[in-house]
Design a protein around this ligand. Structure first.
Ligand code: ZN
Ligand code: ZN
Ligand code: FE
Length: 763
């Protein structure tokens, strides 16, 4: 007789792990118990040696697919000679470790049940099991058990209770278990909040409204979506107008993979991502004649496509029988609406009808956005399905990172791991700031964490920085200010477990540099908590400051002004209203309201304007995207973009700009100019890497969302023998900043005062 105590850490709660253990033990005739603890799962098994050994062997091999076993600790203890194997109540003991799963898309078995007329859950929108369904969006506290989820208010009926207690049932200890008898239901409300119907009738009326060209506000898994018919131009334009979102692409949900194939081209790897339990919005190539109207993603060869990930979505889409636009239920740049009352108030002017449900959403979670690159999936917006999966960060003290401004996230290191919140969006609104504050409180409370330090950006005006300053004073802990691009590089290093030294190419929109100018075309050598700026783009001025961020023509004027002074007007006069060029040139000449930048994103803007691809923007990054799409796939002779010696070295865009102007005069087509520009950047990356001579190169920053740029730079560097790392599970854009801040600050605290030089502490 042998008895073992086994402690399992990792993602082991809410994934059917205890039922799996129960089955694995009972089929081998073993006695003992299993229980959730705040820091993972504890098992005691007892039986003949070979059977116990076999059980131990099966643990990592046969665990449910969504489980991730990080650590397994086994201790032999004296046998107790007990009988039977039991699932015991959870034991809140050790401080919680991040061991909960994200929400999982509906499994095939549940979807089949919802579609079978004889099943108890026929057409029931909240069907789930241990392999699928909500987790993170309904978790109130740890450990993960029904009384600590928003399902606690629904008492189980006898049938559900029996399934919940039956070890061989798929719903054995499925915490969100529900059925039409005992679980939540849906209702349809008018824009005034008048009750219009419930259940199946509500679903049908909601779909009818959408098919008639109306806007539906749909309360889903992690918040509200706005839904319109993606095949109806008037409906899409109506939504654009009401949501005040003129051009930014919308995501489209398809009834099935077959329907998706009609509108988009997807490789088998892309289809695997679409049908995974993460079920993100995936960027796929759209077909010209696919039926989805152009206004969904104007001028964009890609479509953000997704498949139904809850039975509610599956039912609606099959009733609709066509693709539906499914976009965040918010006004432009505000966070997602979560509760019916809030949606009725904030979305009244946008939606015609509201389909709401009774299962409270504990925290808002948006859809993730993913692209499949040459080396696999790349997460561009990390939320549902990915957050809050932790990342190992060895020996890290407890640090809270507050992230950036436009794509807010919060990161918390605790117990040797770091958890990054889901995408919070723009923090520019009152609601955005409130969401940031709630997210911080939520993470700290759930994980019972007491940070010994805070980390934020250098930028004093980010809402995240201001919250950091406030919390630092309230808690009496230091606030470490991490330079924006240092954080970009550090995030990618943390993801890949690389400690440096690395050469980080942080090609980005703009972030405040240590010299007070706007950086963004940076090459940093990062080691430990420190960085050295080894190269950057030649700086130029942005006339009008903030406004230049939405007007690529201003970046172009700033660039040409540096070369030709007042003569720059001649190249750009037709882009501006009469007289405007002169005003801006005056500002440039006197240096008023014209911040200095070395931003790669602004160089993209300038080139987009000079090539005639795009001189104004409807949303952030639109011009750079248009330039990428214009460049297509073809090879091109790179523009000259020499690296001038110095400490740091300077990438001089002057020859590039002159060659581009000469191409323009000769009538070279914009796609070729765009391709030559991309090729020039790949050569620049190679020159920097060769000059610096560090064998490991990290590519990060918003510009690397550009698939062509990433591919070309990576290929050039690899051909020279460099090891190249780029972000995969955490976004290259500002959504990754909080992770990088935590990584840098944690390292600075471990390394002591020397390491801390890289970040500026206010205490
Ligand atoms: Zn299921
Ligand atoms: Zn029930
Ligand atoms: Fe950035």
């Amino acid at each position: 007789m042998v008895r073992l105590t086994i402690t399992v850490q990792g993602v082991v709660q809410g994934v059917g792990f205890r039922p799996f253990i129960h089955a694995a033990a009972t089929t081998r005739g073993l006695a003992g118990w299993v229980r959730n603890r705040t820091d993972g799962v504890r098992i005691e098994v007892e039986g003949p040696g070979p059977a116990v050994g076999d059980f131990l062997f099966a643990l990592p091999r046969e665990a449910p697919p969504a489980a991730r076993l990080a650590e397994l600790e086994v201790v032999e203890v004296p046998p107790l000679h007990e009988a039977g194997f039991h699932i015991l109540d959870s034991e809140p003991d050790a401080p919680p470790r991040p061991s909960v799963t994200p929400d999982l898309a509906s499994c095939a078995a549940c979807l089949e049940e919802v579609a079978s007329p004889d099943a108890r859950r026929f057409r029931y929108p909240f069907t789930n099991c241990t392999r699928c369904g909500p987790r993170w969006t309904l978790l109130e506290s740890l450990p993960y058990d029904r009384p600590r989820t928003s399902m606690r208010r629904f008492a189980l009926c006898a049938d559900c209770e029996a399934e919940y207690r039956n070890p061989v049932d798929r719903r054995f200890h499925a915490q969100p278990i529900a059925c039409p008898t005992c679980g939540p239901g849906v209702s349809l409300l008018s824009e005034e909040g008048t009750w219009l119907g419930e259940g199946e009738a509500a679903l049908r009326a909601a779909v009818e409204a959408v098919r008639a060209g109306k806007v539906l506000a749909l309360q889903g898994l992690g918040g509200f979506h706005l839904v319109v018919d993606a095949t109806c131009p008037e409906a899409v334009l109506l939504l654009r107008q009401r949501k005040q979102r003129p051009e930014k692409p919308f995501a489209v949900m398809f009834p099935s993979l077959e329907a998706l194939r009609v509108a988009c081209e997807g490789s088998s790897e892309e289809e695997a991502v679409l049908t995974s339990s993460e079920a993100p919005i995936l960027l796929v190539r759209k077909r010209a004649s696919g039926g989805v109207v152009e206004a969904v993603a104007p001028g964009n060869p890609w479509l953000g496509a997704l498949l139904p990930y809850t039975p509610l979505h599956a039912l609606l889409l099959s009733l609709a029988g066509r693709p539906l636009v499914c976009t965040s239920g918010n006004l432009s740049d505000e966070p997602l609406c979560r509760e019916p009352a809030e949606a009725l108030e904030r979305l009244r002017a946008v939606a015609d009808v509201f389909l709401v449900h009774e299962r409270p959403i504990v925290r808002p979670v948006e859809d993730s956005v993913v692209r499949v690159g040459p080396e696999g999936p790349e997460v561009l917006r990390r939320a549902r399905g990915y957050a809050p999966l932790p990342l190992p960060l060895r020996d890290a003290p407890c640090v809270l990172g507050l992230g950036g401004q436009l794509k807010g996230t919060v990161a918390l290191s605790v117990g040797g791991q770091v958890v990054v919140s889901s995408h919070l969006g723009d923090l520019g609104s009152v609601e955005g700031v409130r969401l940031l504050e709630h997210t911080v409180e939520d993470l700290l409370r759930l994980l019972e964490a007491r940070p010994v330090a805070l980390a934020c950006d250098l930028h004093p005006d980010y809402a995240s920085t201001r919250l950091g300053e406030r919390l630092s004073a309230e808690w009496g802990v230091p606030l470490l200010r991490v330079q924006h691009h240092h954080a970009h590089v550090a995030a990618c290093m943390a993801e890949h477990g690389v400690s440096g030294p690395v050469l980080g190419l942080a090609w980005d929109g703009a972030g405040l540099g240590t010299d007070g100018t706007l950086w963004g075309g940076e090459a940093l050598v990062v080691e430990g908590a420190r960085f050295r700026r080894v190269a950057h783009l030649r700086p130029f001025l942005l006339p009008g400051g903030e406004r230049a961020f939405r007007e690529p023509r201003r970046a172009a004027l700033g660039l040409l002004h540096a070369l030709e002074g007042a003569g720059a007007a001649a190249h750009l006069r037709e882009s501006f209203a009469p007289g405007q060029v002169e005003v801006l040139l005056g500002m440039l000449a006197r240096g008023v309201q014209s911040p200095v930048t070395s931003s790669m994103g602004r160089l993209f803007d300038a080139v987009a304007a000079l090539t005639g691809v795009r001189d104004r923007e409807g949303f952030e990054g639109q011009a750079a995207m248009a330039l990428e799409f214009a460049a297509g796939e073809g090879e091109a002779e790179p523009y000259p973009l020499p690296l001038r010696d110095g400490e740091p070295a300077v990438a001089d865009w002057e020859p590039l700009a002159r060659a581009l102007l000469s191409d323009r005069r000769r009538g070279v087509p914009p796609p070729l100019m765009a391709a030559r520009f991309h090729a020039a950047l790949a050569v620049l990356a190679e020159s920097i890497a060769l000059r610096v001579g560090v064998p490991h190169v990290v590519l990060s920053g918003g510009c690397f969302q550009n698939a062509r740029l990433l591919r070309e730079v990576r290929a050039r560097l690899r051909a020279r023998g460099f090891h190249v790392y780029s972000p995969r599970l955490y976004p290259p854009n500002d959504g990754g900043l909080s992770l990088g801040q935590v990584a840098v600050a944690a390292r600075a605290l471990v390394d002591g005062p020397v390491g801390r030089v890289a970040c500026r502490s206010t205490r």
